[in-house]
Write a protein that binds this ligand. Structure first.
Ligand code: COA
Ligand code: ZN
Length: 323
């Protein structure tokens, strides 16, 4: 907590995922130098963590085939955790060679989505991730596991809460530091989020728990409030609302960083993030990726970014404008 005046602000920890979750979905390759310049800009915004890139097969995700170059050439800011997505031991070795702070492993808690995204059964994924954990353990690099489709699978529907908790249990037993519960295709709703977050934080108090929302059905901010009610303090977010999942039909953007920070600031939270700096970075995205981004705050401005009186209303007598 930090104290502003008499009021205590609850500290939240934001992880920026645009250059991984966002860029992996871009059809046109974004130049390595442009990626590095953006990440350097983000490093000055006050995030707790930045998910820089992913060490996946370049055939599977060609947009991030420059992972080593990006990781080597960014300027790392003290206090920021630089994390990367890793799907297998090969990816872990590549990531370790770049001296990352954390690896983020991923599997789905629904069988169908895991087969679609990772072309494996969940058990095969678990075995592979166990090998990754064995490779990374003891190196000083932190391990986080992102569980996709934790709030619904586009092919199977609701995933039972006990299934989600069961996978958390298996990874907790392997000694990972954090778990991210991902609403990969925007199926979560507030009542469900409240229940899941309460149960997960009660059962796994020692794990760093992060929530990852997508705004596919316009519920990402509402779901964030529900998670906050349940005591969650870590959130993933994506600049401009970029993002999606290449193997999840209809999936669209992650919760938009600037919309999230805008709301959380108004609600009296300390996100650590400088909203003006984030907006400045977001404004550069369309030029970088060649298309518009979903961010509402970028379009409309902050709530108190006021507009000049329109010319037709100036000089009108006060009585008339009041009537
Ligand atoms: N880094 C670089 N190359 C890799 C790699 C890695 N981490 N993992 C596999 N490869 C290469 C292999 O060397 C092989 O190359 P080759 O064809 O030139 O011999 C090729 O990819 C296929 O390897 P294989 O072991 O058969 O893996 P696969 O084809 O079953 O792919 C994944 C498995 C998981 C690595 C791949 O599907 C992937 O990266 N998917 C992306 C998943 C993702 O990030 N989704 C979005 C995030 S939610
Ligand atoms: Zn996502």
């Amino acid at each position: 907590m930090t104290t502003i005046g008499n009021r205590e602000k609850k500290r939240l920890y934001l992880n920026e995922v645009a250059t991984r979750d966002g860029f992996q979905n871009e059809a046109a390759f974004i130049d390595t130098d442009d990626k590095i310049a953006l990440i350097d800009r983000l490093s000055a915004c006050g995030y707790a963590k930045i998910e820089v890139t992913s060490f996946t097969s370049p055939k599977a995700i060609p947009a991030l085939r420059d992972a080593e170059a990006v990781m080597h050439d960014i300027a790392r800011a003290p206090g920021v955790v630089y994390t990367v997505l890793v799907p297998n031991v090969r990816g872990a070795e590549r990531a370790l060679s770049c001296n990352v702070d954390e690896v983020n492993l991923v599997m789905s808690v629904s069988e169908s989505h895991n087969r679609a995204n990772l072309r494996m059964t969940r058990e095969q994924s678990f075995a592979q991730l166990r090998d990754v954990i064995d490779t990374v353990r003891g190196t000083g690099v932190a391990i986080n596991v992102s569980l996709s489709t934790a709030m619904g699978c586009p092919m199977e529907g609701d995933v039972p809460l006990d299934t989600v908790l069961g996978w958390m249990e298996r990874f907790a037993a392997l000694g990972v530091q954090g778990v991210t519960l991902c609403d990969t295709t925007g199926m979560a709703h507030p009542a469900q989020v409240r229940e899941l977050c309460k149960r997960a934080s009660q059962a796994f108090g020692a794990l760093e728990l992060t929530l990852h929302f997508h705004n596919t059905r316009g519920m990402a901010l509402a779901n964030t409030l529900a998670a906050l009610e349940a005591g969650i303090v870590r959130f993933d977010a994506s600049l401009g609302g970029l993002g999606g999942c290449p193997y999840a039909p209809g999936a669209t953007g992650n919760v938009c960083t600037e919309e999230l920070v805008h709301m959380l600031e108004l609600d009296g939270y300390d996100t650590g993030v400088d909203l003006a700096a984030v907006l400045d970075a977001a404004a550069r995205l369309p030029g970088l990726i060649g298309h518009d981004v979903p961010s509402q705050i970028l379009k409309a401005g902050r709530r108190l970014d006021l507009h000049a009186m329109p010319a037709h209303a100036q000089g009108v007598p006060a009585e008339r404008t009041l009537s």
